[in-house]
Design a binder for this molecule. Structure first.
Ligand code: AMP
Ligand code: MG
Length: 396
């Protein structure tokens, strides 16, 4: 069996050997979830000038001997101020440029306006207080985001703050989703004998969409070699064929057959639970990942292996989801020979897992907040620290 780390390393290698190189320009409003093809360099200082962090008064500290000051101008955000008249202060509002000659802003709460209009400051003052310096966010020429960054709301906000209206991003990855199995029918149809509803199709299609992929829904593939061959052959325009089911080494291993015939195949037995069998190969040059068919296995292997593969194809450097140690709320007395990813959540500050961890049970994951990692060959006692991977980290 291949340890999870090794499978991951091999998948990353294969992803790096087939990077998506085409780029496109997209407006900021449509760039959500896309991956930057080039680094983002600031063409300006941000903020472009020192500005006030408070509503208050700007003054030059050396001019102030403790006596009240005359207000010589009012500066609102969006205005360009005059240089400060020596020996006076300026009324200033948050975000307004600090006038040349001023080096201190006092908040209005610590200022008293006298009957003659002059302003008295009631607290001690210091140079630079309440001034956001020019370039505190970034300066001209600085790299703000690296190529390979996925653009979420925060990164988009950052790009907007630099004045960018569009971004150069990597073309979307085109992924065809194939569900295999004679037993599958689509939701909405009556269930015949021996049939089950196809749940992996919508699970993967919607997930891939969240990841910014171009999804080609290739429907259900019956357990039949000719049809498998034909279906794979018709998907020659995609970057990845992602199938589920038919990868256990049973008689219905048609995906494996087709790949052996017309490409190459690595059939991996992974030390992962749920999700032992995983197929990786090429069909006439198109990469194929065959995930196991059991819904919880599909979920775990997609989250931990296929997702990082797809991100790396787009040049994303950081593909490993955030994970952190949590105290176990259970005992695990029997060491396993595969790494288990229990669908679990927090109960009273400790990680608890769903009562039924069968790979056929998707409700475990709907109940869960994340995957609790129990390493192969280890036992767990309550209070031991285990790795926790929040599902929210991998779903987008
Ligand atoms: P297989 O790898 O084809 O033997 O499938 C393993 C298990 O997962 C079987 O119980 C299948 O019925 C089930 N399964 C396979 N594909 C799907 C699917 N698309 N939706 C729901 N269950 C599936
Ligand atoms: Mg099957």
């Amino acid at each position: 069996m291949i340890p999870v780390e090794e499978a991951m390393a091999r998948l990353m290698e294969m992803a790096e050997a087939a990077p998506i190189v085409e780029r496109e320009h997209v407006p900021l409003a449509l760039a959500q979830g896309r991956v930057l093809a080039v680094e983002l360099i600031s063409s300006l200082d941000l903020p472009p000038w020192p500005n006030s962090a408070m509503d208050g008064y700007a003054l030059r500290l050396a001019d102030w001997q403790g006596e009240p000051l005359t207000v010589s101008q009012r500066i609102f955000a969006g205005q360009a101020p005059e240089p400060l008249v020596p020996g006076t202060c300026a009324r200033i509002f948050t975000g307004a440029p600090v006038p040349a000659g001023a080096d201190c802003v006092e908040m209005q709460e610590n200022a008293e306006v006298l009957a003659d209009g002059r302003v008295r400051f009631t607290e001690a003052l210091s140079v630079d207080q309440n001034i956001r310096p020019q370039g505190q966010e970034t300066t001209v020429g600085e790299q703000v985001l690296a190529a390979g960054t996925r653009m979420g709301p925060i990164e988009l906000g950052l790009a907007a703050s630099l004045g960018l209206a569009e971004l150069v991003v990597v073309r979307r990855v085109r992924v065809a989703v194939l569900s295999t199995g004679d037993e599958l029918i689509e939701p909405g149809l009556p269930l015949g004998p021996g049939q089950i509803y196809n749940s992996n199709r919508v699970l993967l299609c919607s997930w891939l969409q969240r990841l910014g992929c171009d999804v080609i829904d290739a429907g259900i593939l019956p357990d039949d070699l000719d049809k498998t061959r034909a279906a794979l052959g018709s998907l020659n325009h995609v970057d990845l064929i992602l199938s589920t089911g038919g990868v256990s080494v049973g008689e219905a291993d048609f995906l494996g057959h087709a790949l052996r015939e017309e490409g190459e195949l690595s059939l991996w037995k992974l030390a992962i639970k749920p999700g032992k069998p995983l197929t990786f190969g090429h069909f006439r040059g198109v990469p194929v990942i065959g995930l196991p068919g059991n819904p919880a296995s599909t979920l775990v292997t997609f989250a931990l292996l296929a997702r990082p593969y797809l991100l790396r194809r787009q040049g994303v450097a950081d593909v490993v989801p955030l994970q952190f140690p949590v105290p176990a709320g259970f005992n695990w007395p029997k060491p396993g020979n595969r790494r288990e990813y229990l669908r679990g959540r927090f109960e009273n500050g400790r990680a608890a897992f769903y009562s039924n961890q069968s790979s056929g049970v998707l409700r475990s994951a709907a109940w869960a907040e994340g995957l609790i990692e129990v390493r192969e060959g280890t036992t767990v006692s309550e209070g031991d620290w285990l790795n926790f991977i929040p599902l929210s980290e991998v779903l987008g």
